[in-house]
Design a protein around this ligand. Structure first.
Ligand SMILES: Nc1nc2c(c(=O)[nH]1)N[C@H]1C(S)=C(S)[C@@H](COP(=O)(O)OP(=O)(O)OC[C@H]3O[C@@H](n4cnc5c(N)ncnc54)[C@H](O)[C@@H]3O)O[C@H]1N2
Ligand code: MOO
Length: 405
């Protein structure tokens, strides 16, 4: 199995670099450090709704002996003229509004009478209180976001606060998922006997999207080799990775294998694992001459998703600068299991007693049979139980390797 992992991983190159609008950068990874083009805050501003004052002028203010000051200006947030506080006056000021030159403190409205003509102040504050000074968050030129940062909501917020509209990031890979099978019907249309709804396409597209890619699902193709290759020609110029499902085992109508094996574009192998035995990968020559990585997954639904997890997820993320994100833990098995001799097995499981930092704090319950058409149990599982190829039985209570989904 690790051989095929290596071959699939080798299809991916190092992360590239692209300039995109910051508003579209969620989930991408920066390729270089981003410095602050301006300081934050950009100007001294008030942290409170209240009155801008000179601290020494109200130093004696108490409940019993308040200080009264005429209110010379009203400064809402957004006022853009530069004001100066004359000695012996106060300015009413709102949170986020620029502090006038000469003021060195803000008195919260709660310790005043709140009037707009002459304000009565009942409490003193030291100089500097309730003023957010320019550059106190980040100074112009300082590093704002390091290289290799995955841009999440906080980073998108920081970029916007800094007025940055474009960022240089590793591009999301364009993954195109193509399912094959004459039995497949799009959900939403009536089924005839012998037909099934196409589920691998939406499932693998979701998996690739979840992994950080720009994934699309194109309409599936029938078991016709010509139609399949025509479809590959249509999609391959705009794909960085093609994932197919189905058509790779030993049947009479294995469209993927029939279309790609003889030309040598894809090498098909039997991997000693369950589910996910029939696998293939290689490069497809697009009409414009690009050699597009292609991974051909088996059609059984559980096999296709487990194969995505085992072979594609981590190298796909690495090619976008994203770190591996599936945790492996040890968990005590809750019931006996059997495993096929000579095959690495991935069973669906449910984890419990989750104590994220305590490797011994997990238990895992195997759910559903090992057969690879049981989507219900796949949809309930939050873990894959990873049983080594040389193990054919594990009894309850034994610690096992688990991949957290
Ligand atoms: N004689 C043999 N038969 C099979 C072998 C074998 O070695 N010798 N391997 C079995 C194993 S293991 C697997 S896995 C499957 C893989 O088959 P294919 O990749 O060729 O896939 P299909 O035959 O097209 O489909 C298998 C199964 O999955 C259903 N399917 C396919 N695509 C979808 C989809 N997009 N959405 C939902 N379900 C899908 C399909 O209807 C079949 O039931 O081969 C075994 N056979
Ligand atoms: O190897 Mo198949 O993938 O068990 O269903």
């Amino acid at each position: 199995m690790s051989d095929h992992q290596t071959v699939v991983a080798a299809l991916f190159g190092a992360p590239g670099s692209v300039r995109i609008p910051a508003t579209q950068a969620l989930g991408t990874v920066t390729v270089a450090e981003i410095a602050a083009p301006l300081g934050l805050p950009g100007f001294d501003n008030s942290a409170m709704d209240g009155y801008a004052v000179r601290a020494d002028e109200i130093a004696s203010a108490t409940d019993g002996s308040p200080v009264r000051l005429p209110v010379a200006e009203d400064i809402p947030a957004g006022r853009t003229d530069r004001l100066t506080l004359q000695p012996g006056t106060a300015h009413r000021i709102m949170t986020g509004a620029p502090v006038p030159v000469g003021a060195d403190a803000v008195i919260p409205v709660e310790v005043t009478d709140g009037r707009v003509d002459i304000v009565t102040i009942r409490s003193a504050v030291p100089a500097g209180r309730h003023i957010r000074t320019a550059g106190s968050d980040i100074a112009a030129g300082e590093p704002a976001i390091p290289a290799g940062t995955r841009l999440g909501a906080p980073q998108i917020g920081l970029l916007a606060a800094l007025g940055i509209t474009e960022v240089t990031v590793a591009p999301r890979l364009r993954v195109v998922v193509l399912s094959t099978g004459s039995e497949l019907v799009t959900p939403g249309t009536p089924l005839q006997y012998g037909q099934i709804y196409e589920s691998n396409g939406p499932m693998l597209t979701a998996a690739a999207t979840e992994a950080g890619a720009d994934a699309t699902h194109v309409h599936f193709v029938t078991d016709d080799v010509g139609a399949f290759r025509a479809r590959l020609d249509e999609i391959s110029d705009d794909a960085d990775l093609i994932i197919t499902s189905g058509g790779v085992s030993a049947g009479a109508f294995e469209v993927v294998k029939d279309a790609l094996a003889a030309s040598g574009e894809v090498e098909f192998v039997k991997v000693a694992m369950q589910p996910g035995m029939p696998q293939g990968c290689g490069r497809y020559a697009s009409p414009s001459g690009r050699a597009v990585p292609i991974v051909t997954l088996p059609g059984n639904p559980v096999s296709s998703l487990v194969s995505f997890e085992v072979f594609i997820r981590t190298p796909l993320r690495a090619a976008m600068g994203l770190p591996p994100d599936r945790r492996r833990v040890h968990a005590h098995l809750e019931s006996d299991i059997r495993s096929p001799a000579g095959k690495r097995q991935f069973l669906r499981g449910v984890l419990s007693r989750s104590e994220p930092d305590d490797a011994e704090g997990f238990a895992v319950k195997p759910i559903g049979p090992p057969a690879s058409h049981h989507l219900r149990y796949l949809a309930r599982a939050d873990a894959l139980i990873d049983i080594a190829a040389d193990v054919d039985a594990v009894s309850a209570g034994t610690p096992v390797d688990v991949i957290m989904l």
